[in-house]
Design a protein around this ligand. Structure first.
Ligand SMILES: [Zn+2]
Length: 282
């Protein structure tokens, strides 16, 4: 098992930019899993949830984009590139300039400047902007996630196959464990960025831990939509048993490394406190 504490004693000069690309809503308290014995007692919360994407600057490896958020086309039409079926079920709000490509441009970065894209999973709200990153970017996804997204039943699971068309997608290779996470990938093999397999919300969703100078940063992505998932011990929608196991791994990591700064997948309560691009975390 990776000695988390030992690794974090040797932090890296990473810069993390957080981008809000829009917001998304599906009815039915989907941030809490219905199979939880406590689901029915949780208050109804029908707010729109922020859709985030992250840009990481590594001193030697350059830019890595993590998730791609909502594409610019959501400013023109509320269905955006979700199509008439999923576009009606998954409601969105987007503002001009909020898409990833526009936000990168404010830093003087274009899509072709991004050598690495790590996808937390391929649900439509995370992959809507992916088609803009086909040229020159190596796109990394968990293998089980990729087959779920490409399966004939993918649409029912919240995937849009067209987002992957013509893209070269590479499987994440897990080469060890990281603390409570049994499968993890030291992405640049230098102890700076750890991709943690945290399946359950989908078949292959991942979280990411950044070994940053001011302390570790955990991006839960959809392994925990909100801080409330961790506080209540209720995983988000998906395979309940697997999602609960992943949530428990997050909870024990935070117990072991209480100084960790956590950014949740879609937390409307956390949003006002986030330092969004052009600010960044180090
Ligand atoms: Zn999501």
């Amino acid at each position: 098992m990776t000695d988390m504490r030992g690794l974090l004693d040797d932090p890296h000069d990473l810069k993390l930019y957080v981008m809000k690309t829009g917001s998304v809503h599906m009815s039915g308290n989907i941030h809490f899993n219905k199979k939880s014995p406590r689901f029915k007692s949780m208050p109804k919360d029908e707010r729109f949830n922020p859709v985030l994407a992250f840009l990481l600057e590594h001193p030697e490896k350059g830019w890595t984009l993590m998730d791609t958020g909502l594409d610019a086309c959501f400013c023109e039409s509320s269905l955006g590139n979700f199509g008439p079926l999923l576009g009606r079920v998954v409601k969105t709000k987007a503002e001009k300039g909020g898409d990833v490509v526009s936000q990168l441009a404010t830093l003087g970065v274009s899509a072709s400047d991004i050598p690495y894209v790590i996808m937390s999973h391929l649900h439509l709200d995370h992959a809507s902007g992916l088609p803009k990153f086909g040229r020159g970017s190596a796109i990394y996804v968990d293998e089980a996630e990729l087959s779920a997204a490409r399966s004939p039943l993918g649409t029912a699971g919240g995937y849009i196959k067209g987002f992957l068309e013509g893209l070269e997608v590479r499987p994440l290779v897990y080469d060890g464990s990281f603390g409570p996470f049994r499968q993890a990938c030291d992405f640049f093999s230098d102890g700076s960025v750890f991709v943690l397999r945290a399946a359950g919300h989908t078949r292959g969703n991942v979280a990411v831990l950044l070994n940053a100078r001011k302390g570790p940063i955990l991006l839960t992505f959809d392994a925990a939509h909100r801080k409330a998932n961790v506080e209540e011990g209720i995983p988000p929608k998906g395979d309940y048993v697997a999602a609960l196991a992943s949530l428990k791994s997050i909870m024990s990591l935070l117990e072991e490394l209480p100084e960790t700064r956590v950014i949740y997948g879609h937390d409307p309560d956390q949003l006002p406190g986030l330092d969004l691009l052009p600010d960044f975390y180090t």
